[in-house]
Design a protein around this ligand. Structure first.
Ligand code: BGC
Length: 452
């Protein structure tokens, strides 16, 4: 069965030379679609929603069309999850314990390509040698716009094929990051969907497309970080009008994402800010209540494994000499934050496990203020990904923010300009959020701790 599925996927990857045919994972229909509607051999045009039909491998198509969990246009358009409905029953069974156990982490082809290109631009051979090693360190693939979702299918196909050829089961790491009115308290990462322009429906469609692709590769394990910054903003930034307006939509979208991703067996960690945000004593209880609410609303699925901290931030996992900027917060590093939050989550009935981003935490005492988050100067790659975390609460130390991708532009004329990205502790000039920032990458390599 497994080999059969893999074979079909490989057949589907053979390119077609008939120009009228739509390639694997290409769009092949939907409202107002004027392009091709016939897929290459081995793929079938499948309705994901009324706006989006996609060429999926024939093996996966039969799986998804016979399943009632793939929403049709009418159901996806009418879903308005309030967080009170019961979650759809999962078709997958969660494994007990740490999801990384027994799996090899698949390297993100997107990040590998970015790093390989960056290495070509480094003239110092010693630095280039170190930089090249970064391509072999697992990172997360950020699905930060719906146009990137089809690449997920190709990565899943590659991971599936690699598992077959190597005999090592593969685990693929993704970040779900496309909320309407995203990044509501800052500007640098404003996203493509707005609540005013039916962003909730578009977000549900984005999730539906991700779910359809993951469903086609049941042998590849997927771990997802859910919506960086979202919950943190709902805890501390409700005085910001955009955040207050977004609260209901954020909850509905994240509830939908967790419920749907659970049906295809994705292990999820909802973003929980970091020690300098939700780790302040006054924020811990409200945060725990919100996380408990989300856990209950999504049916307490074992696939909703816990929380992710320090995503794209710079805090140490542990330190014996707290950075002066942390003064006043007894939870001055990520482990202290996790240890303080965990019992409060337990009280809420949420037995959360954690993962912690250390991708840019190699150097400390760099920031003028703990709230500074943009392209911090002097940052280095940190502890490399491991499940040997030193804490039973922490499943994995990970590199979640792809080091070298920018946090936000320093160009003050950009619509996504956030003045945080021009502070004296931010490296400038910096390009748009998510795009490659070569000088920053080279610094991360140079200042890596442990050294590369
Ligand atoms: C950006 C995203 C990007 C992510 C990872 C965010 O700050 O807004 O576009 O994918 O960082 O680099």
């Amino acid at each position: 069965m497994f080999k059969f599925a893999a074979l079909l996927a490989l057949v589907a990857l053979v390119p077609s030379f008939a120009s009228a045919q739509v390639q694997l994972y290409g769009q092949c229909g939907g409202v107002n679609w004027t392009g091709g509607t016939t897929c290459v051999s081995g793929a079938t045009c499948t309705e994901l929603n009324s706006y989006y039909y996609q060429c999926l491998p024939t093996a996966s198509t039969s799986a998804s069309t016979t399943s009632s969990t793939v929403p049709t246009s009418s159901t996806s358009a009418s879903k308005t999850s309030t967080g009170t409905s019961s979650a759809p029953s999962s078709t997958a069974t969660a494994a007990a314990g740490n999801p990384w156990t027994g799996y090899q982490t698949f390297l993100s082809p997107y990040y590998v390509a970015e790093v390989n290109a960056a290495v070509q631009n480094i003239t110092d051979p010693t630095l280039a040698t170190k930089a090249a090693k970064v391509a072999n360190i697992p990172n997360f693939t950020w699905l930060d716009e719906v146009a990137k979702v089809p690449t997920l299918g190709t990565y899943l196909a590659s991971a599936d094929a690699l598992a077959t050829s190597s005999g090592n089961k593969q685990l693929l790491q993704i970040v779900i990051y496309d909320l309407p009115d995203r990044d509501c308290a800052a500007k640098a990462s404003n996203g493509e969907f707005t609540i005013a322009d039916d962003g909730q429906t578009k977000y549900f469609n984005y999730i539906d497309q991700i779910v359809a692709q993951i469903k086609a590769y049941p042998n590849v394990r997927v771990v997802a970080v859910i919506e960086p910054d979202s919950m943190g903003n709902l805890v501390t930034n409700m005085s910001v009008e955009k955040c207050a307006n977004a609260a209901t939509t954020y909850k509905a979208c994240i509830t939908y994402a967790i419920e749907q991703l659970a049906t295809v067996g994705v292990y999820m960690y909802l973003d929980a800010g970091h020690a300098g945000w939700l780790g302040w004593p006054a924020n811990l209880s409200p945060a725990a209540q919100l996380f408990g609410q989300m856990y209950t609303a999504t049916g307490k699925s074992p696939f909703f494994r816990g929380l992710a901290t320090n995503v794209a931030n710079y805090n140490a996992l542990t330190t014996t000499s707290p950075d002066p900027i942390t003064s006043g917060d007894p939870n001055y590093d990520e482990l202290l934050y996790i240890q303080a939050l965990s019992p409060l989550l337990t009280q809420q009935g949420f037995p959360a496990q954690f993962i912690v981003d250390q991708g840019r935490s190699g150097q400390q005492n760099l920031r003028q203020a703990w709230g500074d988050w943009c392209n911090i100067k002097g940052a280095g790659f940190g502890i490399q990904p491991t499940t040997n975390t030193g804490s039973t609460l922490i499943d994995a130390i990970a590199w979640i923010k792809p080091g070298g991708e920018c946090d936000g532009t320093s160009n003050s004329s950009s619509p996504r300009y956030d003045s945080t990205c021009s502070l004296s502790d931010a490296l400038t000039p910096a390009p748009e959020a998510g795009t490659w920032f070569q000088a920053y990458f080279e610094d991360l390599v140079n200042y890596a701790n442990p050294a590369l």
